[in-house]
Design a protein around this ligand. Structure first.
Ligand SMILES: Nc1ncnc2c1ncn2[C@@H]1O[C@H](COP(=O)(O)OP(=O)(O)OP(=O)(O)O)[C@@H](O)[C@H]1O
Ligand SMILES: [Mg+2]
Length: 364
């Protein structure tokens, strides 16, 4: 059931709220063709923010969005980029194909038809091309498009390029970025340690983008929006906000479920929110259980103690509780960190998926 509180899909314009300051900041960067590195913890709303920005300004700019989460090879990156450029051309299909065919040296563009929606579109045929050819065609086209209208290229899950070891995508991007005028690059990502090293001193992308850390939504924005759809008090919105550790996705999940139930609810109070959270955790139980079962014994101990004790983790008494030594605790935490089940901020470890953390607190 669709509600005004999407939590699995990008919130469309009518269900998007808050973020006025961030939108203004991004607009001022793209106006001056500056590049941005937009980062935050997972599930805070980066992709949603950029998609909504693009919807607001796509009359004035050519906007290109690619999500590289699934890339395995450098060619995958090149194909996504080329297709992102192709899809950015809206309007009449015939003239889009004609224009892109002139812009690309090697790539063919063909019409597509989606039988479900009945919509026509276009796509780039990229099969026989090498990475270098894909990049050359992409940037050739980008530079030409940028002569017509300023271009914004957003690359989501950018940290994934660090997984491609045989090609230095960052160095190649730098080269093209320095040639280009009238193009803003927005790099989005959540793995802070990888992003930091990609943009660190002496790395190819050093000083190539202004960092922008996306903070949680403002409590007032959530309240002002949710009271339009629910008979909810500010105190309860604040309760949900804190319970979710300000994670946008979990906040949305709870509000979504309240909305679904709203006709059967007498009063939205803390008790109800607790019950709703419980049903959310039950629905995720199988998933979290199977993740947890894959941990080694010491990783299980470390994860459990982290969920329960947070920063007191290394106290003698707590280590004894699970009979784990300090070095084993440290190495298990490092392993969980490498696999991204846990994260670190200012030297303190935490579980970034708030629902997983709450599940662990309750069930372990
Ligand atoms: N400003 C907003 N208004 C309404 N809903 C939002 C807003 N920001 C995020 N959401 C919702 O929260 C969920 C998570 O947001 P999103 O996927 O954009 O986060 P993300 O930071 O890109 O996460 P990830 O790091 O996992 O990619 C989405 O379902 C989205 O619809
Ligand atoms: Mg995202």
């Amino acid at each position: 059931m669709q509600t005004p509180f999407p939590f699995e899909t990008i919130a469309p314009k009518e269900f998007f709220y808050g973020r006025q300051k961030e939108l203004e900041e991004l607009k001022s960067h793209v106006k001056t063709c500056s590049n941005v590195l937009l980062f935050s913890k997972r599930r805070m709303g980066k992709s949603t923010l950029i998609k909504n920005l693009f919807e607001e300004i796509d009359k004035d700019y050519t906007v290109i969005y690619i999500d590289i989460y699934n890339i395995i090879t450098a060619e995958d990156f090149g194909k996504l980029l080329l297709n992102g450029i192709t899809k950015s051309q809206k309007g009449d299909i015939k003239s889009s194909i004609l224009k892109l065919t002139q812009f690309f040296k090697r790539t063919k563009v063909e019409p597509t038809f989606d039988p479900q929606s009945g919509e026509m579109g276009i796509r780039a045929v990229t099969t026989a091309l090498s990475f270098d050819e894909l990049m050359e065609d992409s940037f050739n086209a980008l530079f030409k498009l940028a002569k017509e209208k300023n271009v914004i290229l957003a690359i989501d899950e950018f940290q994934q390029i660090a997984d491609i070891k045989n090609v230095k995508i960052d160095a190649i991007l730098r080269k093209y970025m320095q040639e280009a005028k009238n193009i803003s690059y927005i790099f989005l990502g959540s793995k802070r340690n990888i992003l930091n090293s990609l943009f660190a001193y002496k790395s190819p992308l050093y000083a190539m983008a202004t960092p922008m850390s996306l903070q949680p939504l403002q409590l007032d924005d959530i309240y002002n929006y949710s009271k339009k759809h629910l008979n909810i008090s500010k105190e309860i919105v604040e309760y949900i906000y804190n319970l979710s550790a300000k994670e946008t996705k979990l906040i949305q999940m709870i509000l979504h479920r309240i909305y679904v139930e709203k006709d059967n609810i007498e009063k939205i109070d803390e008790n109800l929110v607790d019950k709703i959270l419980e049903t959310i955790l039950i629905s995720k139980n199988d998933h979290y259980k199977s993740l947890f079962e894959f941990f080694s014994t010491n990783q299980k101990k470390a994860f459990k103690l982290l969920a329960k004790h947070e920063r007191e983790l290394f106290h003698e008494k707590i280590l004894r509780e699970e009979n784990i030594s300090r070095p084993s605790m440290q190495s298990s935490l490092n392993q969980l960190f490498a696999k991204e089940f846990i994260d670190k901020e200012d030297g303190e470890y935490f579980i970034p998926d708030r629902a997983f953390e709450l599940w662990a607190k309750k069930k372990l």
